[in-house]
Design a binder for this molecule. Structure first.
Ligand code: GLU
Length: 275
């Protein structure tokens, strides 16, 4: 099977050295294997994502020489696809609407913490069908959550492989009843990334190690949906000289700023770690 990698930025800012490093890993793994390198724009957060950043990311990648194969998939063009996946999970009773506000959750959170903060205490999982129908009919804003215990039971034990770390046993309850479709957008990062990696036949997912916990959810969804599990390679995150993680707000380290300061693509690439 030929290698398919992808770079999947969210266009909420300009490409910086940290994200260029991520892009180069995906691009170079594909090129080394004679495989395919895809570019996917993860813009489900339509309020924070901007078309101008999307264009700028493409300009920067092209300037750096990390050219991608085939059409770019823009997630906001595919909300209906994610809706169909949600329907299949719903039909199996694996998701439920949650009407809690942040304040409700904070007030009731004596629960253990997960990677994103306190785990959801499950309040809305216990609503009766009639209570759900009434709240939906009243138009109360809601997200959709995965019933993690039920999902774990259906998926059974699972594991995935990280290129640098080896076999990792799946922890289906790591994020608890994780949000699978947000209140403000009809999908979530977890759902859309898992679906798209499947749809685009991605065989090697390369991304920052900050997303390693999320992989436990993605592989759980793969098991539930009958998708293949790709190989993962979570890479280290680049840090600024002060030791802090590079972020989109560090304007001096954006590819655009470096280009405008007269650096060549080769000089910018030489600032990236060799591995
Ligand atoms: N869109 C995510 C980000 O910009 C990356 C998702 C992924 O590579 O799985 O952080």
């Amino acid at each position: 099977m030929s290698t398919v990698t992808r770079f999947a930025p969210s266009p909420t800012g300009e490409l910086h050295l940290g994200s260029a490093y991520s892009a180069r890993i995906a691009w170079s793994r594909a090129r080394a294997m004679g495989g395919t390198f895809l570019l996917r724009i993860e813009d489900i957060d339509i309020r924070r994502c901007k078309r101008e950043f999307e264009t700028e990311i493409m300009v920067d990648l092209t300037w750096l020489g990390f050219t991608w194969d085939g059409a770019v998939r823009r997630q906001s063009d595919h909300f209906a696809d994610y809706g169909r996946v949600l329907d299949t999970l719903d039909a199996r009773g694996l998701i439920y609407p949650c009407f809690c506000t942040r304040a409700d959750i904070a007030a009731s959170a004596t629960a253990p913490h997960g990677p994103d903060g306190p785990l959801y205490p499950g309040t809305c999982r216990h609503l009766t069908m009639q209570e759900r129908r009434d709240k939906l009919a009243a138009g109360i804003e809601h997200c959709l959550r995965l019933d993690a215990a039920k999902a774990a039971a259906e998926a059974g034990p699972y594991a995935f492989t990280d290129a640098g770390r080896g076999r990792i046993d799946g922890q289906p309850l790591l994020f608890g009843d994780v949000v699978i479709a947000r209140k403000d957008t009809p999908t979530s990062y977890h759902l859309s990334v898992t679906h798209d990696d499947h749809l685009q036949n991605v065989t090697l997912v390369t991304r920052g190690e900050d997303l390693l916990p999320s992989t436990h959810v993605h592989v759980l969804l793969q098991k539930l949906l009958g998708y293949e599990t790709p190989l993962y390679a979570h890479h280290r995150l680049l840090t600024a000289p002060d030791g802090k993680r590079l972020a989109k707000r560090d304007r001096s380290l954006t590819i655009r700023a470096l280009r405008e300061a007269g650096r060549t693509p080769a000089e910018v690439c030489s600032l990236l770690p060799k591995d």
